[in-house]
Design a binder for this molecule. Structure first.
Ligand code: LHQ
Length: 264
């Protein structure tokens, strides 16, 4: 069985690369096969011009329960090095997601725990089903958050809320995640896939290069002062203004019609 389903549904959702975590019996926990599938999906998203948006979701009742905890033999006395898995899999994945010059939409269909929660937060726009939840489960097994959790959470929710979530491992409902600004929107369970597809389709028909540069500017802002950010905005505006989608956008506005962006 494929542990990650990847499809570019040209007819149904043009430009959208749908990526579905597919180990429902394990709540889509990460194992090497899932990581390989995600790396391949990222490779397609990076390489294929037809891909103009990525939509990530999970099969079954969970989104992702984080690292598969059955993968390691805890009875062995040999010292355990968890850094290797982060170097090999999680850290490159998060960096690639953030660097991808195309939007990534996440539809969190159920519980997102540990690295699964932070994998969702590494996406650019996160929607969640009302019954979904987010758990910084690491502390419950004597670990620290990884997969970018200590970077994303304080920035999204503030240090106090991030600290309490990480130190207690308390479950955060999708509604509270929305209220706290950790995710974009919480929607009814039955509406999630539709809403996520609508958003992904909108983004996939948008000015892809603009979207990529918006992403770059937003993420750069966390490490920049105002002057540096203003300079970056100038540079990006200069770059994007030379492209066809800007001309098309302004022309469509003046001609009172819908723009046909090519993503160029
Ligand atoms: C699982 C898992 C799972 C395997 C549910 N693994 N089977 C860590 C270490 C190394 C290096 C890199 O980084 C990391 C990062 C991390 O992600 S650490 C955090 C790992 N994740 C967790 O600690 C979460 C563990 N899971 C849970 O606490 C619960 O399953 C949650 C709260 C997610 C869901 O609870 P329920 O809805 O009650 O479902 P369940 O517990 O009954 O799970 C359903 C099945 O999925 C069950 O299998 P079974 O054969 O008994 O039906 C679970 O064993 C399996 N499962 N999570 N991480």
């Amino acid at each position: 069985m494929e542990t990650v389903l990847v499809s570019l549904e040209a007819a149904h959702l043009p430009g959208v690369l749908r990526v579905t975590l597919n180990r429902p019996e394990k709540l889509n926990a990460f194992n090497p096969s899932v990581h390989k599938g995600l790396a391949e999906a990222m490779g397609r998203a990076e390489a294929e011009a037809e891909v103009r948006c990525v939509l990530i979701t999970g099969a079954g009742r969970g989104f992702c329960a984080g690292q598969d905890l059955t993968e390691r033999d805890m009875k062995s006395a040999a010292p355990i090095d968890l850094g290797g898995g982060l170097d090999t899999w999680y850290n490159p994945l998060v960096k690639r997601m953030r660097a991808l010059p195309k939007p990534i939409v996440c539809a969190v269909n159920g519980v997102a725990a540990g690295a699964g929660a932070n994998f969702a937060l590494a996406c650019d726009i996160v929607l969640a089903a009302r019954s979904a939840s987010f758990i910084q489960a690491f502390v419950k097994i004597g670990l620290v958050p990884d997969c970018g959790g200590t970077y994303f959470l304080p920035r999204l929710a503030g240090t106090q809320r991030a600290m309490a979530l990480a130190m207690t491992g308390e479950r955060l409902s999708a509604e509270d995640a929305e209220r706290w600004g950790i995710i974009w929107k919480c929607v009814g369970d039955a509406e999630l896939q539709n809403e996520a597809e609508k958003l992904a389709a909108q983004l996939a028909s948008g000015p892809t290069r603009s979207l990529g540069l918006i992403k770059r500017a937003m993420y750069a802002s966390a490490g920049n002062g105002l002057a540096a950010q203003l300079d970056l905005e100038r540079d990006l505006q200069r770059e994007i203004g030379k492209g066809g989608d800007y001309r098309e956008g302004v022309s469509a506005f003046l001609e009172k019609r819908k723009p046909q962006f090519k993503g160029a």
